[in-house]
Design a protein around this ligand. Structure first.
Ligand code: SF4
Length: 301
């Protein structure tokens, strides 16, 4: 079957859009109506007038889309596409952690469950995390969850001492180490190193540029360098190569893929659109409890 054509036809019949993350498989990015990072995808989910949103990302992204657009049908091609970061922070555990820091504001990365978002004052993505932290008065204590690497980077960037970090990490980004960068820099001495802030601090220290996936894409597009060592999930190379055919991109670790993102295939996108399977359902009370923290995130560009 020609899945590209069949998905295109079903999208028209159902007034559906396919949203995909930059870490999705190349062929999945190619059938998507919109490809972006978590922040842009959340904005798109809130703004679309489609009746059906197929989210070729992971579970928390589908949940976020449903919270923002409860009247729409949000379908996940594979309900098992989870996220190690989101799974490492359970709402019940965060509720206990909060008790130790009364009066602290909770800032959570969007890579969390709706239960955690309900305990959060404001969510952020790696695109707007710095701006979110800077929007909070300096004297205010902050709990940052769940990524300790992003949290440590934010602390270093803002000089905020009164910020406590949840001890979680993305298994993909946490796996990169400084030695890989050292070896690749010897091999490609002219290359610039670009890294995602979910990487460990010693990796970020070796980078020429640190930023979200969209910020990294913007940087490699505008920088004069011809070669880049890319320290994030290698799915992003698809977009980098499309946008910059004359530049060379070296994945720091080509096999270090997010197996959850890669669970989204053309066949599964076709199936969920055809059979209306993989619907994200969230009780109204949970939507109400989680919505405020996501809306505050979208207010801070
Ligand atoms: S790359 Fe990491 S943070 Fe992103 S979905 Fe996969 S496990 Fe989660």
């Amino acid at each position: 079957m020609n899945y590209q054509e069949a998905i295109g036809r079903l999208k028209g019949e159902r007034n559906a859009v396919v949203l995909a993350h930059y870490y999705a498989r190349p062929e999945v990015q190619d059938v998507a109506d919109f490809v972006g990072d978590s922040l842009a995808l959340s904005e798109m989910a809130a703004a679309t007038d489609a009746d059906v949103i197929v989210f070729a990302g992971v579970h928390f992204m589908g949940e976020t889309a449903k919270v923002l657009s409860p009247g729409k049908r949000v379908l996940l091609p594979d309900m098992d596409a989870g996220c190690s970061l989101a799974e490492g922070c359970r709402a019940a555990d965060l509720a206990e952690f909060k008790k130790k820091y009364p009066g602290y504001v909770v800032v959570s990365y969007v890579n969390t469950t709706v239960g955690v978002k309900a305990l959060t004052d404001v969510c952020c993505t790696s695109s707007n995390a710095l701006r979110v932290i800077e929007s909070i008065p300096r004297e205010q204590g902050i709990i940052f969850a769940p990524d300790r690497n992003l949290g440590a980077w934010l602390k270093a960037q803002t000089g905020r001492e009164n910020m406590v970090l949840w001890d979680g990490a993305c298994h993909v980004h946490d796996r990169f180490d400084a030695r890989i960068i050292e070896v690749l820099k010897e091999q490609y001495p002219e290359a610039k190193v670009v890294a995602h802030p979910e990487c460990r601090s010693e990796v970020l220290a070796a980078a020429d540029f640190v930023g979200s996936t969209s910020a990294i894409l913007d940087f490699v597009g505008h920088d004069a360098a011809a070669e880049f060592i890319v320290v994030t999930e290698p799915g992003i190379l698809h977009r980098m190569k499309l946008d910059n055919p004359d530049k060379k991109f070296i994945p720091a670790h080509p096999c270090n893929e997010c197996e959850y993102m890669k669970m989204n295939t053309l066949e599964k996108i076709y199936d969920c659109l055809k059979n209306d399977t993989g619907a994200v359902e969230i009780p109204e009370a949970e939507i109400k409890a989680a919505k405020g923290s996501i809306e505050r995130m979208l207010e801070i560009r």
